[in-house]
Design a protein around this ligand. Structure first.
Ligand code: ZN
Length: 331
């Protein structure tokens, strides 16, 4: 198609541009090469969730030139990636800003530098995992980007029953106000929690975008962790979902249907709770007590307690003391 035909009047915000640069890096690094969409037909092939998330590169004249453009309309985009009635869902809003996409592209030089840095970060993560494989036979990836409460500690404990090492492996997209500072989070895991787990945990983030595509993204994340070289990956309730858009068990049930597709082992759990009868933190389903005895362990309650210098009953004292002392640089 002739690009002059598309007088691009869309104004793209900086977060969307950054997401696009990250997506391009994910494709060019090799991690998501199979997910690259260069024509409309290929996009529709992704209707089957087992391929993960299709990555189409929007036509943003500010960052790239292209002489080959195709269209994907909002209704098709949201329906294929996120499911029915998802045009207003957060995942669609974050990842769709124009109906024009490029088959091929040449990145403008000032953006090429940024993309190359992201590629370096992705390959660096893969390299670190490959180095760790010399020392550890089994390495599990735990995706979380929150200040750890006792629920997270319980999930790590469960993973360590199956893996020699657990890598806290958050996905880092464009930074938004209110996001935790990654270096601070790294400090909490590597300096405060590590000794509690006999030095069998490490914090290594991954540069990539979140889509909040629930069951489809659970599969996508699994394929990514397999590419990075992990032997195990944990998936809990409502993995990569938002706003209760997907049913809590959907991601897990979907992955179980496709488990023959990958070699990486999935460690499923149903979320961590405080059981009043056991008088301790448990993973749901691991004790015989019924749901009415379980109390939710909540990341947002922990965050609110820290901000008001209170103590949350279901998070470790050392983590909370350090977080309160460093609250000004935590976000
Ligand atoms: Zn119990």
């Amino acid at each position: 198609m002739n690009i002059q035909f598309f007088e691009c009047s869309t104004k793209f915000d900086s977060d969307f541009i950054e997401r696009t640069l990250i997506d391009i890096a994910c494709i060019e690094s090799g991690m998501l090469t199979k997910n690259k969409i260069d024509n409309k037909k290929k996009f529709f092939d992704f209707i089957n969730l087992k391929k993960g998330i299709p990555i189409a590169i929007p036509y943003i004249p500010e960052i790239l030139d292209s002489n080959s453009i195709f269209k994907i309309e909002l209704s098709d985009y949201s329906n294929i990636i996120f499911g029915k009635k998802s045009e207003k869902y957060i995942g669609t809003k974050l990842s769709y800003s124009t109906n024009l996409f490029v088959s091929n592209y040449k990145i403008k030089s000032q953006y090429r530098i940024i993309i190359d840095n992201y590629i370096k970060e992705i390959l660096d993560t893969k390299f670190k995992i490959s180095q760790l494989k010399n020392k550890y036979k089994t390495i599990g990836a735990f995706q979380t980007r929150n200040i750890p409460h006792l629920g997270h500690e319980k999930i790590i404990e469960m993973m360590l029953d199956h893996c020699d090492l657990v890598v806290i492996n958050p996905i880092l997209g464009p930074k938004k106000p209110g996001d935790l500072n990654t270096e601070r989070l790294k400090f909490i895991y590597n300096n405060i929690l590590k000794s509690r787990f006999n030095n069998r945990i490490l914090f290594i983030p991954l540069r990539a975008n979140m889509f909040y595509a629930g069951p489809r993204e659970a599969l996508h994340h699994t394929l990514i962790r397999e590419w990075l070289g992990f032997s195990h990956f944990s998936v809990g309730r409502d993995h990569a979902g938002s706003d209760n858009f997907y049913r809590p068990e959907e991601a897990k049930n979907n992955l179980k249907r496709y488990q023959d597709l990958f070699n990486i082992k999935i460690l499923y759990h149903n979320g961590a709770y405080f059981c009043k009868s056991c008088n301790k933190i448990i993973l749901k389903g691991s004790c015989k007590h019924n749901f009415y005895e379980l109390k939710e362990v909540s990341g947002s309650k922990l965050r609110n307690c820290l901000k008001s210098y209170k103590t949350y009953e279901y998070a470790s004292k050392d983590v909370q003391d350090w977080s309160k002392q460093n609250i000004k640089t935590l976000y």
